[in-house]
Design a binder for this molecule. Structure first.
Ligand code: PGA
Length: 241
């Protein structure tokens, strides 16, 4: 089984030229490792069109989308618009959207339903806010509400366990703890890939990716640092998985 690497550029880089360069670099690095890694790159919306024209082994994802088909939703992007640009995956419920944009479990549920209706694959991010929070309760509630009203969760839907305190903090979870949580999620979603995300870098990637239950990683900050990203991919390529 190939490992999954989801690349989340967040609100970076600032120019189209830089985005194209970073995408070409990412594609080249990941193309050399394509037997071992499925890479999904999620750039800001405004770069998707241009990046979709570049031939590449990596797949395109978006960082968010709206739950409605069309209409009066200023500033929003519909699933159909994304699909028309060759997007296959969409991150839903990232902690930065939950925290800074007021995204609720109910909104996340609506987004997942819309994505599934549009044949787009959700990458659902879940995670507790602080260490010591009643983890299983929080994660169970997030998962239950995310899938409310959905009879069958398709097996390609991806879940990313991202403890909020570990995202962008340079304080990753421990591989043992992350593994426990991934196992917990898989008790509910047995056939779905579950990733770890939060301060992944070249020195800790091996500890997460070599765990059989961890299907891959979601990488934020380190994905826009070319040298760091290259080291991460090389590290994965060099492992016996
Ligand atoms: P990070 O972000 O790798 O910078 O911690 C992860 C994420 O996008 O959730």
């Amino acid at each position: 089984m190939r490992k999954i690497v989801v690349v989340n550029w967040k609100m970076n880089p600032q120019t189209l030229a830089e985005a194209v360069e970073l995408y070409r670099f990412t594609s080249d690095v990941c193309s050399a490792a394509k037997e071992k890694i499925l890479t999904i790159v999620c750039p800001p919306f405004v770069y998707l069109e241009e990046l979709s024209k570049i031939e590449s082994d990596v797949l395109l994802g978006a960082q968010d989308c709206h739950w409605e088909k069309e209409g009066a939703f200023t500033g929003e992007i519909s699933p159909e618009m994304l699909k028309n640009l060759g997007v296959k995956y969409v991150i839903v419920g990232h902690s930065e959207r939950r925290l800074f944009m007021g995204e609720t479990n109910e909104m996340i549920n609506r987004k997942i339903r819309t994505l599934l209706n549009n044949n787009l694959i959700p990458i659902l991010a879940i995670g507790e806010n602080y260490k010591g929070e009643n983890l299983e309760e929080v994660l169970f509630a997030q998962l239950r509400s995310a899938f409310e009203g959905i009879d069958r969760v398709p097996s390609d839907l991806i879940v990313a366990y991202e403890p909020v305190w570990a995202v962008g903090s340079e304080e990753p979870d421990t591989p043992d703890h992350a593994t426990d949580i991934v196992r917990f999620v898989r008790m509910m979603l047995f056939s779905n890939p579950v990733l770890y995300g939060g301060s992944v870098n070249h020195s800790n990637i091996g500890d997460f990716i070599s765990v059989p239950e961890i299907a891959g990683v979601l990488i934020g900050g380190a994905s826009v640092d070319k040298e760091e990203f290259k080291k991460i991919i090389e590290k994965i390529s060099g492992l016996q998985l």
